[in-house]
Write a protein that binds this ligand. Structure first.
Ligand code: FMN
Length: 213
């Protein structure tokens, strides 16, 4: 009887171990499934954490009659960028802007490639920006000389620069060529000309196509 009892006990123990193993299997599979799901998720999560943070962007602009300012504001709003107005030490009056007069301040400045009109104030901590948009009105097919003052005031090496402009009718052309030469250590993207009344959608369609954010 004792022997039979031992045999029964052994058989029950084996059966109960089998049941435990069987009972654990789905849970085990579940755990494995979860862990394999986790291992499928984790690389994605780590990929995400390895994704570089969005570029820090500055939109810097000069605007004598507010057309370029409107574009700059739309750009900065759309990109979540900081906005900086390049303010002349000596503001431009209507007389200064009279391009019909060869003796006006703007005509004289544009006739002299070495002219560097002064800027009031400066960008705080330019180092923090990866991308700088540079906006200006076309003056005689070029960027106003004050834009050269701006470009020569900072070290843009290693940054991405992209110019935009407004004009009455001229295209972008090579209006940024003097600026490119002055900041040759930067990566310059193709610039773009906007008309004064451009809407945000058009501005952002261009900006989003640059592949910078
Ligand atoms: C001195 C001066 C020169 C200009 N030269 C041109 C030009 O060559 N081509 C053009 O299409 N518009 C020219 N314009 C018009 C401006 O580019 C245009 O009005 C621009 O949108 C003004 O921008 P702002 O309001 O930001 O200053 C000139 C304007 C001024 C004041």
């Amino acid at each position: 009887m004792k022997r039979i009892g031992m045999i029964l006990l052994t058989a029950m123990t084996i059966l109960s171990l089998g049941a435990c193993a069987g009972g654990n299997e789905p849970a085990g599979n579940g755990t494995n499934a979860e862990s394999s799901q986790n291992s499928a998720v984790q690389p994605k999560a780590s990929e995400e954490s390895e994704t570089p943070e969005g570029s820090k962007i500055l939109v810097a602009y000069f605007s004598a009659t507010n057309n370029t300012e409107g574009v700059a504001q739309k750009l900065a709003d759309g990109l979540g960028a900081d906005l900086y107005e390049i303010t002349p030490e000596q503001p431009y009056t209507d007389e200064d802007l009279d391009y019909g007069n060869s003796g006006s301040r703007s005509s004289v400045e544009m006739d002299d490639p070495s002219s560097r009109p002064g800027i009031s104030g400066s960008v705080e901590n330019m180092e923090q920006y990866d991308v700088v948009f540079i906006g200006y009105p076309i003056w005689w097919g070029e960027a106003p000389r004050i834009m050269s003052t701006f470009i020569e005031s900072y070290d843009f090496s290693g940054k991405t620069l992209v110019a935009f402009c407004t004009s009455a009718s001229s295209g972008f052309g090579s209006s940024d060529s003097a600026l490119r030469s002055a900041a040759s250590g930067a990566e310059w993207l193709s610039g773009h000309r906007f008309s004064a009344g451009v809407d945000s959608d058009e501005v952002m369609e261009w900006a989003n196509g640059l592949g910078i954010n």
